[in-house]
Design a protein around this ligand. Structure first.
Ligand code: SAM
Length: 279
């Protein structure tokens, strides 16, 4: 199950790497509430030592890493790892454009390409939900952190986008051409964990002094705009056969519109989880 889910997710980012920033970045794209703001929320509750060595786990195209560098006024050593070679390539190009020096590497969160005790801190923005083996990821994070080091995660959780997930699953029904799409939407069922599960995983991995809370809001969104710019919908769409995409887009948007008297209702639910490795 893990391998297939990973394959689906890697394929998604292979297809979307070049355009990822457009929908989700405030600086390199046209988002109004995007990765930079989310990373800002994540960093707000984090304490760093002087000149820390920091890893951005599942750094994607580097948007969260750049925000981190700015947060620390460039004082530190910055690393980013992601299992998508295409996202890492784009991260390198973005860093060049912005003039940042970052060690970006291709690597899986199940088997991080770093020696033990390499980092003072680890951050990860909007990615933890996608790791099929969450205990393994936390075990690896613990291994590469120095004693006294800290981890901070922000990720989609619980009932995140539940209305849209139900609508898409109903739409895909038993249409054989949409099997891949249905599987990708269905991945949400294992992706999202709640506060208590997060607490349990942190504790079992060895992290202490946990600070774990949820950020839950209900929004009414414009169906067309949301469908075409949300990272989750982009993820699912990559598993619709290319020749059907336009039709599927139209039909799903129209279903969303039929349920959208004040805009289509979406639950936006993210968790922020912080913990420390004991000294
Ligand atoms: C929504 S993007 C977030 C990227 C970045 N943190 C940001 O805030 O823009 C999720 C990223 O997680 C990466 N990812 C998913 N599963 C992974 C895994 N098992 N190991 C490493 N990276 C993974 C994907 O390749 C993708 O770049």
């Amino acid at each position: 199950m893990h391998d297939q889910a990973k394959k689906r997710i890697r394929e998604t980012y292979r297809q979307t790497a070049e355009n990822y920033d457009t929908g989700v970045s405030e600086r390199l794209g046209d988002s109004r509430w995007g990765i930079e703001s989310l990373t800002g929320l994540l960093l707000r509750d984090m304490r760093f030592s002087d000149n820390p060595v920091v890893l951005d786990l599942a750094c994607g195209t580097g948007l969260s890493t750049f925000k981190l560098i700015e947060h620390l006024n460039g004082d530190g050593e910055f690393h980013g790892v992601d299992f998508s070679p295409e996202m890492i390539k784009q991260a390198g190009l973005n860093a060049e454009t912005l003039g940042y020096s970052i060690d970006f590497r291709v690597g899986d969160t199940d088997d991080l390409p770093y020696p033990d005790e390499s980092f003072e801190a680890i951050i990860s923005n909007m990615s933890f939900q996608m790791f099929p083996d969450k205990p393994k990821c936390l075990e690896e994070a613990y291994r590469v952190l120095r004693p006294g080091g800290s981890i901070a995660l922000l990720y989609g959780a619980g009932s995140h986008l539940q209305e849209l997930v139900s609508l898409c699953l109903e739409y895909a029904g038993d249409r054989p051409s949409l099997t891949g799409f249905k599987k990708a939407v269905n991945d949400v069922s294992w992706m999202h964990i709640d506060l208590e599960e997060t607490q349990r995983l942190f504790w079992e991995a060895g992290f202490r002094r946990p600070l774990i809370y949820g950020y839950h809001r209900v929004m009414h969104v414009d169906p067309k705009q949301f469908w075409h710019t949300n990272p989750y919908t982009a993820l699912w769409r990559t598993h619709v056969p290319v020749d059907l995409r336009e039709r599927v887009d139209k039909e799903i948007i129209s279903l969303m519109e039929s349920k959208a008297s004040r805009g289509f209702k979406v639950n936006w639910y993210t968790i922020q989880a912080y913990g420390s490795k004991p000294r």
